[in-house]
Structures are given as C-alpha cells and as structure tokens.
Design a protein around this ligand. Structure first.
Ligand SMILES: Nc1ncnc2c1ncn2[C@@H]1O[C@H](COP(=O)(O)OP(=O)(O)OP(=O)(O)O)[C@@H](O)[C@H]1O
Length: 253
C-alpha cells in the first residue's frame, strides 16, 4: 500500500541546498509515498546523498520545505526526526567493532526503548527479543555473539540496517547499500529489504540499476540537483531524457 498523506510519507517542495557556489539540490519538488519502495538514482554529484542528508536532518536546506507525516520538519533537529521515525544508513557503515553484533543492535535501540520506570526488566526482555528479530530480518541472527569487528563488509552492512531498524522506523533511508557487496551479498540485501514490514517507507540511493529494478516501485532520477524524471523502473528505462542525461548508451539498461 502506498499513500501520499499516510504515516511515513515524505514530501519536499522547493528544496534547495547550496554549498558556496555549488548548488547540490536545486528547487526540488517530490514526494515519497508511505509504504513505497523508492529509489533515487543519478550520476555522481547529482545531489542524491545531499537529498538524504536534508531529509534525515544531517543538513539544513538553504531554502524550501520538508514534510513528514503531514507535518513540517524543515527545522526539526536530526535527533528529533530520528525519534519521529526517520532512520538512515550511510555509505560507510558505522558499528562498534569490539562489541557483539547483538549488543550493537541493543545500543542502537536503547534511545528508542523507553526503559525507565517500573516495567524496566520486562521492557529490557522485549527489547532483546526485538533486536533478535531485526537480526533475523537481515539474515545475520547466527552472528549475534560475534564481535562486530570480525564481520565481512557485507555482514557489516546488514548489521548497519539492523541497527537502523532498531529505531522501529517508519522511513528508512539507505545510501548505496549495495556498494562493494558480492553477488551473494546483494542477494542477501534484496532478501532483507523484501522482509521489511510493508508499512516502512524505503528510500534507496543506488547506482546499480539492476538492483534498483529488483526492489523499487518508483524511481526518481536526479541530474545536477534537479528532478529529471520519476516513474516505475520500466518507465525510467524507456525515458529518452534519462537515457541521454544519465544512462547514456549503458548496456545494463
Ligand atoms: N559538504 C559539502 N561541501 C561542499 N560541497 C558538497 C558537500 N556535499 C556535497 N557537495 C557537492 O554537492 C554536489 C552533490 O553531491 P552529492 O554527494 O549529494 O551527490 P551524489 O549524487 O550523492 O554523488 P555520488 O553518487 O558521487 O555519491 C557535488 O558537487 C558535491 O561535490
């Protein structure tokens, strides 16, 4: 189910971010429907990561507005947006190497768990069970007791997603999650994304169009910080402007 007004919907209007003379995101109007599987693609420097940073609150826009769940979050801090349900991963996963995989997820869940008060022990047990289920979702439950520093690159990416899920997000922003993964790792990532609750809105920045086609129901193409096209993967593949500006004569499309 997708819904432009529902819980987890994101809408940006007139969104602009300039770094000095470089306009990374330029007067962007777009919406990510609640519960959708959205991909954002575009050549290097198109403004994809900047868009994620603006939505998650890592960056403040130069102008324009961001709405989430029908409320204006343009001036809302990153921490508050996280509490409201916007989670993200970065191009380089950040984990606590000396802690176990399970403890990494528990620490990520802690700020969202409401562990004060008389029901603390019961809540802690519930928290541990939920952390275990996030590891199941991303397919690394068997590694729960392993130090995070001993994981492969692909396993670490899965842990990073499990840590984002620990916040029980309604929006999950993933920055190039397939980068550097083996073919097997990409298959595992696709399985993990398919196992996410249908209510979670997913926005994936990704270069690999085969990956995008496998996961996304809508694709947004950015070029020079502007919206070039939006549509289904098939519509984007067939779009002449996209082919000219971005995909070119690529054999992979
Ligand atoms: N903190 C910053 N300071 C200055 N310029 C920046 C900053 N962040 C991004 N830029 C510039 O903004 C433009 C858009 O960058 P951005 O990283 O958003 O693009 P991208 O589409 O994610 O690229 P890539 O696919 O290479 O990750 C680029 O020209 C980049 O150099």
């Amino acid at each position: 189910m997708t819904d432009l007004d529902g819980a987890g919907a994101i809408e940006v209007s007139g969104l602009t971010k300039a770094f000095g003379a470089t306009v990374a995101v330029s007067d962007l109007d777009l919406a990510f429907a609640a519960g959708g599987r959205h991909a954002v693609i575009g050549p290097n420097g198109a403004g994809k990561t900047t868009l994620l940073n603006l939505i998650s609150g890592e960056l403040r826009p130069s102008s324009g507005r961001i709405r989430y769940d029908g409320r204006d979050v343009t001036r809302t801090t990153r921490a508050k947006r996280s509490r409201l349900g916007i989670a993200r991963t970065f191009q380089q996963p950040t984990v606590w190497s000396s802690l176990s995989v399970a403890d990494n997820v528990a620490l990520a869940a802690w700020p969202h768990a409401g562990l004060s008060g008389v029901w603390r022990r019961r809540r802690y047990r519930a928290l541990s069970a939920r952390c275990g289920s996030h590891l199941e979702t991303v397919g690394i439950a068997r590694l729960a007791e392993r130090p995070a520093g001993a994981l492969s690159h692909g396993e670490r990416r899965m842990l990073d997603i499990a840590m984002a899920l620990a916040a029980d997000p309604r929006v999950l922003l993933l920055d190039e999650p397939a980068a550097g993964l083996t073919e097997h790792g990409v298959e595992q990532l696709l399985a993990a994304l398919r196992a996410l609750p249908a209510t979670v809105t997913v926005v994936v920045v990704e270069h690999d169009f085969a990956f995008v086609s496998a996961i996304a129901d809508t694709v947004t193409v950015l070029h020079d910080g502007r919206l070039l096209a939006t549509g289904t993967p098939a519509e984007i593949t067939a779009d002449a402007a996209v082919r000219a500006a971005y995909l070119g004569e690529s054999e992979s499309v």
